[in-house]
Design a protein around this ligand. Structure first.
Ligand code: FAQ
Length: 324
């Protein structure tokens, strides 16, 4: 379909071509004409997503030195490195839309850019590593698998690789919780406590309810988002219930029950006041997360300067060789 449209491109102006590609469920590439609002929406979503991956390294990064065994330490280290990689793919995808990495980073450290609410919660115990993998990566997969089909090519392609890695992350979290649940009474309590603390915030990752989501309708019309926030949240809960039974943990929602008519799990009311407080910067750790990022950015200035100087030296040598 896309090929046929490309062959006809000479007869269509940019806007008509864009509309036809979206209509045909084709892909928009960086050099294609696109409406300014589509570009802005993508920069907003992709950069927020990239920032989430980078800030998301902090809650788990804090446990690398305290992991209970060498094996656990190396797995956690690899996971946190994956998250850095995801941030880099996503910043690169956003750059194809005309924003620089420096601009995005500045927005993050200045507190002007959003990142996922979930990373403003603390990680006081080892079981939090399990709960993050199982619930946070689990929610991320539910939300991100449909994004592999996002209409913007570089975003969709980045998501394919990210989702493969997220599925490993989710399984390692599940396995940490399973090990704890098969351990002592104290370990089981620690696992349940972590699930209690991460469950509701993980449901908030999908964003506000559909009737309070200003961006969803347009993003779905442009084939960026494929499902609404509430649909994905529902899908996530249906996935969790049987997994919780295998783990032997309780999901902390007394209203959670299967509805024979809808074939879905009805759930209790999410505390949207808490969600809005976290988005407004008043979550448990918003200030600390951003401050750490700012400090790391400032302390890393010499690395960026050295890399740029090295690249300039290499380029100069290459130009000289070519001229000789
Ligand atoms: N946190 O109209 P909508 C991960 C904002 S990656 C903060 O529904 P939209 C991997 C939203 O930006 C997790 N802000 O917006 C990992 C908008 O504000 P704006 C990140 C939120 O864009 C695991 C406003 O509310 N994933 O976990 C949140 O259509 C473990 C109105 O909302 C992605 O970014 C929130 N939870 O839908 C890493 C996936 N929800 O910009 C380390 C890609 C909403 O108008 C360890 N993004 N807002 O000022 C998306 O799918 C979408 O952007 C949504 C929001 C679904 C997040």
């Amino acid at each position: 379909m896309t090929t046929a449209l490309t062959a006809d491109a000479g007869t269509l102006d940019g806007e008509a071509m864009f509309d036809a590609l979206i209509e045909a469920d084709g892909r928009i590439e960086p050099r294609d004409w696109m409406p300014e609002a589509y570009r802005r929406t993508l920069i907003r979503q992709i950069s927020q997503h990239a920032h989430s991956e980078i800030i998301g390294m902090q809650p788990e990064g804090a446990w690398i030195t305290r992991a209970p065994s060498l094996k656990r330490k190396s797995i956690l280290l690899a996971k946190v490195q994956d998250e850095a990689g995801h941030g880099l793919y996503l910043y690169s995808a956003a750059q194809t839309l005309g924003i620089t990495r420096d601009e995005m980073t500045q927005q993050l450290v200045d507190g002007k850019a959003r990142y996922s609410s979930i990373f403003n919660y603390p990680t006081p115990t080892w079981a939090d590593m399990g709960a993050i993998g199982w619930l946070v990566d689990g929610a991320a997969i539910c939300n991100q698998v449909p994004l592999c089909r996002a209409s913007y090519g570089p975003y969709g392609r980045a998501m394919v690789r990210i989702c493969k890695e997220e599925s490993f992350h989710q399984r390692q979290g599940f396995e940490i919780l399973l090990t704890l649940m098969q351990g002592t009474e104290e370990q089981r309590e620690m696992a349940q406590d972590a699930v209690n603390r991460w469950y509701w915030p993980s449901l908030m990752m999908f964003g506000p309810p559909d009737d309070d989501s200003p961006n969803s309708a347009q993003s779905m019309a442009w084939n960026i988002k494929r499902f609404s926030n509430d649909d994905l949240r529902q899908r996530f809960v249906s996935m969790l219930v049987p997994q919780a039974a295998v783990l032997g943990v309780t999901l902390p929602d007394p209203d959670l029950r299967f509805n024979d008519e809808t074939g879905q799990y009805d759930m209790g009311e999410i505390d949207w006041t808490e969600f809005h407080e976290v988005l407004a910067g008043r979550g448990p750790l918003n200030t600390l997360r951003r401050q750490h990022r700012r400090e790391a950015h400032e302390e890393g200035a010499w690395v960026r300067e050295a890399a740029a100087a090295y690249a300039a030296k290499k380029n100069a040598a290459r130009t000289q060789t070519a001229a000789a």
